[in-house]
Write a protein that binds this ligand. Structure first.
Ligand code: SF4
Ligand code: SF4
Length: 262
């Protein structure tokens, strides 16, 4: 099941790196920024349901592209005073951040996690970034010390896959946090982002009502956990067994449909 004690808030759908097969379809997304005022109700309800006792990850696309990132950080911290809050970034925009950025993260006890792709050294000096973070007392971690590999979870556009088998075999279903966008909770990030794939390639991979929940209609934590603990109709569009490849060499996307289907 999607973790129900960890939630992710995608705040920007596009990205400046354009990695091949990006699971969030960021290379296909038009510039899209989360409306800061639009997140309040959903997060208030999430805090109420979970007693604000969850971990929160702010991510994207590339979250550092959001011009109101620090306002978002402050709002999330206000609603979740005790929780671990992290920002996952590709790191490429860190070196040009003003001291106010580092201080605000430190003051709100928010840690930066860098997805360490092989091209990162073109954009930042790892030692300098560590020094800057240490200087301001801001927590900074890398997902891996060595550059990361990419993973694939290809789509089956025919929707002929076995939902339950997929769910059982799907590593994303077990390790990924649930996503919250506005008032909508998604157990799987693919559902939250597939509209970019559909628009770019003129496809119609459907998202139906059972694939997500409006959090304002959820009455209890049990109801939320139950939703996140079960397969969804969208699972029939994934080619999970035998196809998930977690060891692909990183390259840039050429925005070909095969990157997401084979
Ligand atoms: S850095 Fe992350 S969000 Fe951006 S394109 Fe690469 S995998 Fe996608
Ligand atoms: S939609 Fe696909 S990736 Fe998401 S949980 Fe289901 S099988 Fe896994």
């Amino acid at each position: 099941m999607a973790a129900h004690n960890r939630f992710a808030i995608p705040i920007v759908d596009h990205c400046n790196l354009n990695c091949r097969s990006c699971g969030n379809f960021a290379p296909l997304a038009q510039p899209t920024f989360l409306d800061v005022n639009g997140i309040k109700d959903g997060l208030v309800k999430l805090a109420e349901l979970t007693n604000a006792d969850i971990d929160i990850n702010i991510y994207g696309g590339e979250p550092l592209l959001h011009p109101k990132l620090l306002d978002i950080v402050r709002s999330v911290r206000q609603l979740f005073p005790r929780t671990d809050i992290t920002i996952t970034t590709n790191g490429t925009l860190l070196q040009q951040r003003h001291k106010y950025f580092w201080q605000t993260l430190r003051d709100n006890n928010v840690a930066i996690i860098i997805s360490h792709y092989p091209c990162l050294s073109k954009y930042i000096d790892k030692d300098i970034i560590k020094l800057i973070a240490n200087h301001y007392g801001t927590q900074l971690h890398y997902i891996t010390e060595e550059p990361q590999k990419m993973y694939d979870n290809p789509l089956d556009l025919s929707g002929q896959q076995d939902i339950n088998q997929n769910w059982l075999w799907c590593s994303m279903a077990k390790i990924c946090p649930a996503n919250i966008r506005g008032n909508i909770v998604y157990g799987c990030y693919l559902v939250a982002f597939v509209h970019h794939f559909n628009t770019y390639f003129n496809q119609q991979v459907p998202v139906v009502e059972q694939d997500y929940k409006d959090i304002t209609t959820i009455q209890s934590m049990d109801e939320l956990v139950n939703f996140l603990s079960n397969p969804i109709p969208f699972c029939k569009f994934c080619k999970v067994p035998g196809n998930t490849n977690t060891d692909k060499v990183w390259t840039r996307s050429e925005r070909k449909i095969e990157e997401w289907t084979t």
